[in-house]
Design a protein around this ligand. Sequence first.
Ligand code: ADP
Length: 261
Amino acid sequence: MVSFGIDIGSTTSKCILLRDGQEIIGSSLVVGGIGTDGPRKAVQQVFEAAGISPDEASVSAVTGYGRSSWKDADFQVSELTCHAMGGRFIFPELRTLIDIGGQDAKAIALDKSGMMKNFLMNDKCAAGTGRFLDVMATILQVSVNELGTLALTAQEHASISSTCTVFAESEVISQLASGADRTAVMAGICDSVATRTATLAKRVGIVEPVCISGGVARNAGVRAALEKALGVKLLYSELSQHFGALGAAVYAYRKSGAKSE
Ligand code: ADP
């Protein structure tokens, strides 16, 4: 039995196909989230990747910021539930999940059985999210991926003191204009995201194992800075950006009985 999960985010659309609630048989990621044709493309790509037709998926669930725009799924599920389920699928003992996406960041505490105990979210301010990194990467004329890997090569870290993206943008431009080392500025940018996220995560309570999910998890500079700020090892999976879609596929599988009733 194949279950299908789709996560329609603010900037990207992700899909996962799961066989018998256990085996990932296809994944896709398309840049373009809510309000674009990204979701439709991501769906087409995931079925192509798995080599099956959409009719072969018995049950489906949608999550993400744009979930209410997608009418074709059997279930609509919150991002918190899906990230927690996706996280536990990859890391079965997981107790704390830190998700940094394109426009929000969340910290989720799970109990031993994987039930959500508590969560905190920043969805009010671009600082501490992927948006902040995307703006900074544009100023520095590097990809967001390069920003993270170059930050790791920095000999020293610049300090970005502004907590607002718009002011931080001016601060970065003036630091570059006064000759600051580019990699040091990149490291400072990663530190800034890590500091904000660490504050959120500490308030929710850190219990190991801890993992990082969302697109920003792919940023090696932010991962390193966050490990330092929290003083714990962060579990990381190549599928980190897909945890929401994966959790949706797991949820759909578990609810498949309800659908056929
Ligand atoms: P959403 O679900 O809100 O669309 P995602 O979880 O997909 O957001 O995360 C999007 C963010 O991930 C982008 O803003 C970007 O900063 C970051 N990102 C995406 N791909 C990469 C990559 N290859 N390396 C580093 N960061 C990345």
